[in-house]
Design a protein around this ligand. Sequence first.
Ligand code: ZN
Length: 406
Amino acid sequence: MAKIYFIDVTNRDAVQASRIIMAKLQKTMLNLYLAEMGIHQSEFAFPYVKHERNYIKANLELKEQGSMGSLILEGWCRAIVGDVAESLPTGVRDFNLSISTSDQMIIHKFRGKLNREKVIAEMVEATSYAKKEGAKTLGVNAEDASRTDMGYLIEFAQAAKGAGADRIRYCDTVGYDTPMSIYERVKTLGERVRIPVELHCHNDLGLAVANSIAGAKGAIDGGVDAYINTSVNGVGERAGQADLLGCILALKFARDMDSYQIGHRINLEVAAKLAKYVSYAFGIPIPINQPGVGANVFAHEAGIHADGALKDRRNYELFDHEILGLDAEEPVPPRVITTGEFGGLAGFKHVYEKMGITFADNTEAQRILELVQVANAHTQKPLTDDELRFIANYPEQATKIFTLTL
Ligand SMILES: [Zn+2]
């Protein structure tokens, strides 16, 4: 039976959204956490954008060294040869190439520059080029697929498959689908084209997680693998997109989902740490009612609820907080000494010693301290213990990440 895989797009779709920003160090930490969680793929960069290059190279090095497990680091490009060509020198070899397919966008965005035939021709040219140049995995994104004529979408997907694409991304770009419509459309796509389908669902109408699950079910019932696109805490363009943890919880605990299997082992215990880190890095609080990790998800007060939860958790909870690593999460200690942008050697060494990290001599300590200062100048937020550990463990990659070049 076909399986479900997760492609997290926080490092591409969320960071491109208005007013939502992460530093390269924070993007790197996110990749490391996704790898620790066992996620299949991270859409981690725009490889044709110059200021992403050092970050990309450093992350590919970390991957090469074995620090990112089996996580695939994939770059997003427009489906044009130029973007792919500019991306290749970074070393990225896993791609998603995107082009709009709905008449709405072909007519009102391309405005005569492209028509349906030319959209397919451009996508085929970019896809064939990427494959010829050694792309290992490649997804083709049909932007606004949910508002695309079904016959044309099938034709587009067949052409993508013919050009060597491994997956087709069904983008519900403006969150237009319902669980019923996306199930039917994706099932048809799977049956007709026989190509794995990515579900990329936005939350404009509050349906992103439901649509992702229904779409994945459609792909599998249509006989092909499903790749759910997510972001951590659901952050993304406008009202966001499918929340990573929400989708995983739905697959694990929702009615009749147990026959649908995730194709990779997920370590859910990383979930709380990941959600809190991304909330911290973006400066976006986790809503009190966020599935899984919101402050009220395991809180009960109303008489009947509190009484019921005390008698048996399952009266009001589908799953236990321990599975998300919530117990392992310690509150941030009231640390007296911190290190950062203007820190000195003594305080720096004290902070690292408390984490069990010591340095061979003062020269080495001084070198790492300088990186810590730069890191803090770069993120403009107090550095977390994991960030400090990363800098001490991977000074070379850290140096790359902190260097932006044009
Ligand atoms: Zn999107």
